[in-house]
Design a protein around this ligand. Sequence first.
Ligand code: FES
Ligand SMILES: [Fe+2]
Length: 368
Amino acid sequence: MATSYQTLPAELYRSHEVYEREIDTVFRRSWACAGRAEYVAEPGAYHATDVAGQNIVIVRDHDGTLRAFHNVCRHRGALLCDAGTGTLKRAIKCPYHAWAYGLDGKLIGTPNVRPDEIDRSQYGLHGLPIAEWEGTLFVDIGGNAGPFDDYIASHDDDPLYLTRFNLGDLRIARTTTRDVQANWKIVVENYRECLHCPTVHPELVDMIPAYRSGSVQEADPRGDYGVGIKPGAAALTLSGATTVPPLPGLSEEEGLSVYGSYLFPNCMIDINGTYANLTTLLPRSEHSTIVVTDYLLPPDVIADPALATGLDALVEFMEIVIDQDTVVAERTQQGIGSRAFDRGVYPEKDAALHAFNERYRQLVAGAE
Ligand code: FES
Ligand SMILES: [Fe+2]
């Protein structure tokens, strides 16, 4: 008998109420990616971002401690730091009535409000657990996701195999950001299958012929999760040539292969021989997802002006692929709006999507 599964119901991709519930049932019950640690490398540095509508600010304290807080003032709820990165002197100061919080989150200043009017010790910033893994930041915005190590180990893709690539030593060479008009789950599901590759990604399947089969797994007889690029090519560029060296420490075969891993719910990490990609999904609504793509390379490669053109060629290729994925994700969102579509079907090669849906379902069921 044929092995197939049903997709999630269409309603879960198009309903505003479902999206609002997911903030509590999914994003506040799992660790989630919040960008790269290099944003907060120096004491006093901060990185403010928004994971599924939850504004957070990550700071490096003056003693080097990494901390994360909900980015909201305890006085009347104003947003504290604008999204982005920067440096704080001694405190996070609210732009509304100038209340000041130390980098440890304690309320230390309330201009024109005497210390005896309110108990400052009760109004520090709400903290949340944060972890740094391989140079990437993860936050537990609900504070209930459990130990980070258990989270990392809980993935089918076995992201622990990525540790051999020393991703913590890499730095951001480029970042591109898209506001994809699709539900975050559509973006995840598109990432997790390759049945679309022969139709949607002509350049990619030319460089990685195994993807023509539509299945990453079947095309991986090596058993190391890697898939080789075509013979004669040195990197993922339109010409197949590159001046950029393979990432340090990779074997010759690894340098001519691609590896990928999905970390629930909003993170993808890809190793593409000469560089790595961190993709962070930041859902904004049931039909809008900010997709941030960081291109990661060794600092000495980034700093070498002779390699700038080579870097451009790597980014050019992958941006074509991401644009193609964006088009089909948005088409899917549009199609799912049809009341004639109640749910779809996963053939065998979509097993990873079914696994994603199962994890999603379990998390939601556990919250309700
Ligand atoms: S809302 Fe922040 S100081 Fe008033
Ligand atoms: Fe794709």
